[in-house]
Design a protein around this ligand. Sequence first.
Ligand code: F6R
Length: 365
Amino acid sequence: EKGGFEHFMLKEIFEQPGVMRDVMRGRVRLEENRVRLGGIEDYLDTIRGAERIVICACGTSWHAGLIGEYLIEEFARIPVEVDYASEFRYRNPIIGRGDVVIVISQSGETADTLAALRLAMQKGATVIGICNVVGSTIARETHCGMYTHAGPEIGVASTKAFTAQVIVLYLLALALSEGRTLPDHEIGLYLRELAAVPEKVERILAQNDVVMEIAQAYHQSRNCLYLGRGFNFPVALEGALKLKEISYIHAEGYPAAEMKHGPIALIDEDMPVVFIATRDTTYTKILSNIEEVRSRKGHVIVIASDGDEDIRRLADHVIHIPSAAGPVTPLLNVIPLQMLSYHIATLRGCNVDRPRNLAKSVTVE
Ligand code: F6R
């Protein structure tokens, strides 16, 4: 059942190229430069006309929501807020007709997300679901939705469901841009970038040995910091969550520029710092953040773009990632972080598929 892999988590990490192709199937229309999202077709105009979109979710799904915020605002220019479902439901949120609420849930059964969805419905919002489990409560109670089609996710730590959620949000953001904020040829360009992702993920998975070496160097650490910017700030949060939940190492994710507002005080020779520094608009800014860590003797692990050999000068370890357009980079950069947490956790003898104190589906608040 684990398809020759030692754990479900590893199997699910390696399934991602195939899952990504499944998520895109029928939805990415390259020859027409169009996206087709059958599940929300009847609501597309309502969503396009929304004054704002509120995304509610928990945990890893909330991280996908944050990437969704960056994507929808970038492509479709509709203001987006992202809220923890548990916070949204208990603070008398300002929401009504004209608002669109997107709930994201792998299981489709998370208690807080379900309650947020019911509250949004009561207040008259249009509610869209992004779920993995077909026929789940959240999928059934929303006005409309899109399935992530990632297949059953058994490992408690979410991996393939996360990348599938990000793809669905990417497609939604492009669908909302059609005829409004992006010309067709640009939509086509972004669709081709997305279509090229699965093969690039395969190339990243092939670097398992490089990641393993890094895991060997740091599996005894007690803390770890993850830094990224822009589309990859949520990836830093997700990398940190993956590490803490299965290896029990304390980890934090931050937007890289926030480092000097606090976390920099933690940096010493015992602190590994994982930087997401693939080439995009904030690349040079990240380089100076790396220098700051080095000058305080922190250990630097960098996720960098293929061909960026210079960066070795600044880093203890480098994982190279195929080049890609900024908006798809989260789908690539998260992969080595999933692998790193998996290897660190197994080296520490942790039960990666069933980490202590965690449930796959959190049906109590
Ligand atoms: C982390 C993880 C959790 C879930 C969260 C929400 O790896 O799996 O943080 O993402 O409990 O679950 P769903 O998406 O089922 O609502």
